[in-house]
Design a protein around this ligand. Structure first.
Ligand SMILES: Nc1ncnc2c1ncn2[C@@H]1O[C@H](COP(=O)(O)OP(=O)(O)OP(=O)(O)O)[C@@H](O)[C@H]1O
Length: 553
């Protein structure tokens, strides 16, 4: 018999090892004093609740491999349902609700869900759009009122708990379809296998030395899955997970202190807000052992501010590098960034994303826009040379769901194994550290050769009045005119023409002082650069290029 690799077995193991430790804590409301009132489940309760739900799902008709869309807000129920679906052997379809109605419907219909476990609004939309979901017949409504079917959370729970033999899954059995954030084209459904989740959990736990009994506040809901698999308590943050840039710092700080949170994951946009608030109000966060941030380069000012909130000298902010298709790849801590790499970043070296995780291979190959049929056909570059970042390891996903063309473009066969092309450009330095220079699709192809976004933008971000900037190319590839679009810090937007001219001159002078950016002659101002829906930090340079073109005309 093959080894049990159902990721839900890791929850079961947690329940056996730490039955009475809290698995999930949810801010259910406020008491009369305005304090948070929390509801919670222990590991044993979560394990048993998901057993009951899994039995209900099986009774409903869910079979091994059944594709089920899960559209429930982060909550006790969300986590219990996630494990229940895994226990029943279902393949969970997860999608960012912030993506907007049309995109959601398009993405979901592409993966042909056989059922929806979803809030009433999502069930209503599914009914209205039933032609887009011809296969969806196993539907469960979570939350009141039950608008659509009689099958709800309570129905799934059924009677009392009885032990459940969860569905046997091997490492390569499908577990989930998770969509990319869609920052370079339409979101793609990434096919996850049970073994991939299993290795993600181990890679993260071992590298960051996460201990059972720790308390995590995950700004990205899926992290609750990893937590339950390693005996870590999840505190559901009181925030809209689709708008981390609008997080209310006061609420998060309160929850961190209420629960003695030791670890928190969030997009750089979330920590930017929380760090600024802590600085203004001179707040420190003594319970934290580790902060994690990913999704895009984490600005140095965010690292600096967050580090000032730490009390324990061992605490740091770590920035894992990875993607929906392959996470984690590499990591660097804040101290190392400040002491060793940030000066080079400021002069155009890119963002250092650290050393690869043990067991994860990283190579830099010559940049191509076509599929690469085998690893022998890729030319590996020497340290210091910028190329495409490709990775191999147990966490790398094998394919996009039913998208052979996208899969062909993103994977390079290597005997029985394969490499995943990150779609990013970067290089290894002499010490083996990986540097990120931007997305391949965002490179600007000017007359003097390629320009890399992250390297060039950092030079302008040095200006104290600039919050962030975007490099875009206007015109045909090979003769693109590089344009820098800057978003000034709040309150620093140059309203008058003279203020604008002044700031423009200062920025041009910064650019001209560096060979990487000396060809840039155009600076544009933007109040708020468009960003992705998941992390609110990936700048939509594709949208900005046509905008820049209009401005220049
Ligand atoms: N620590 C980090 N530092 C710099 N960039 C990062 C870091 N972590 C992630 N990224 C960026 O985010 C990308 C992964 O993003 P994600 O998987 O959310 O979707 P996406 O690849 O942007 O979506 P799509 O493929 O639909 O455009 C990486 O390829 C990289 O460009």
């Amino acid at each position: 018999m093959s080894t049990q690799r159902n990721i839900a077995d890791r929850l079961h193991q947690s329940a056996q090892a730490w039955p009475f430790q809290k698995a999930v804590v949810f801010p259910a409301g406020k008491d009369k004093q305005g304090r948070y009132a929390y509801s919670s489940m222990t590991f044993q309760q979560l394990d048993q609740e998901s057993d009951r739900l899994a039995r209900g799902l099986i009774q409903l008709g869910v079979q091994p491999g059944t594709r089920m869309a899960l559209m429930v807000r982060p909550s006790l129920e969300f986590i219990a349902l996630t494990f229940a679906l895994f226990k029943a052997g279902a393949v969970i379809i997860l999608i960012d609700p912030g993506m907007g109605g049309k995109n959601i419907i398009r993405c979901l219909s592409e993966v042909e869900p056989e059922g929806f476990v979803a809030i009433p609004l999502a069930q209503l939309i599914r009914k209205l759009k039933r032609r887009s979901f011809p296969e969806a017949r196993l539907n469960v409504t979570v939350g009141k009122p039950v608008l659509t079917s009689g099958i709800d959370y309570q129905w799934l729970l059924g009677g009392d708990w009885e032990p459940l033999e969860m569905v046997q899954r091997t490492a390569t059995d499908p577990a989930a379809i998770i969509f990319t954030s869609g920052s370079t084209g339409p979101p793609k459904g990434v096919a996850y296998e049970h073994g991939m989740f299993w290795s993600q959990v181990d890679l993260l736990r071992d590298y960051y030395q996460i201990q059972p009994g720790e308390v995590d506040l995950p700004g990205f809901p899926l992290f609750a899955l990893f937590n339950s698999a390693m005996g870590v308590t999840t505190v559901v943050p009181d925030m809209n997970p689709t708008k981390p840039a609008q997080v209310n710092p006061e609420k998060i700080i309160r929850q961190i202190n209420d629960q003695g949170v030791t670890q928190a994951f969030g997009s750089p946009a979330m920590w930017n807000r929380i760090g600024r608030y802590c600085e203004q109000h001179q707040i420190q966060l003594p319970s934290l052992k580790r902060v994690l941030s990913a999704g895009a380069p984490v600005p140095v000012h965010v690292i600096e501010r967050m580090r000032k909130t730490f009390v324990n000298s061992e605490t740091d902010i770590n920035t894992p590098y990875g993607a929906t298709e392959s996470l984690p790849v590499a990591s660097i801590c804040g101290r190392e960034v400040l002491e060793e790499t940030s000066a080079q970043t400021a002069s155009g070296a890119g963002t250092c994303v650290g050393t690869p995780f043990p067991g994860v291979q990283v190579k830099i190959i010559e940049i191509h826009n076509e599929p690469i049929a085998s690893i022998e056909q890729a030319r590996e570059l020497a340290p210091g040379e910028i190329g495409e970042i490709i990775v191999q390891g147990p966490m790398a996903t094998r394919e996009y769901f039913q998208r052979p063309e996208a899969t062909q473009l993103a994977k390079i066969p290597d005997g029985a194994r394969f490499w995943h092309r990150m779609g990013d450009v970067g290089y290894r330095d002499a010490a083996g550290k990986l540097w990120f220079c931007g997305r391949k699709a965002h490179m600007v192809h000017g007359a003097n050769g390629p320009m890399f976004t992250v390297c060039c933008e950092a030079i302008f971000n040095q200006h104290p009045h600039i919050y962030r900037s975007a490099l875009v190319g206007v015109g045909a590839a090979g003769a693109q005119k590089p344009v820098i679009i800057v978003e000034p810090e709040q309150g620093d937007f140059p309203e008058s023409q003279s203020a604008r001219d002044q700031l423009t001159q200062e920025l041009l002078a910064l650019g001209q002082a560096n060979p990487l950016t000396e060809s840039i002659e155009t600076i544009l101002f933007h109040h708020s650069l468009p960003v992705d829906i998941r992390h609110n930090v990936k700048i939509f340079r594709e949208k900005l290029a046509p905008w820049a073109e209009k401005q220049i005309r």
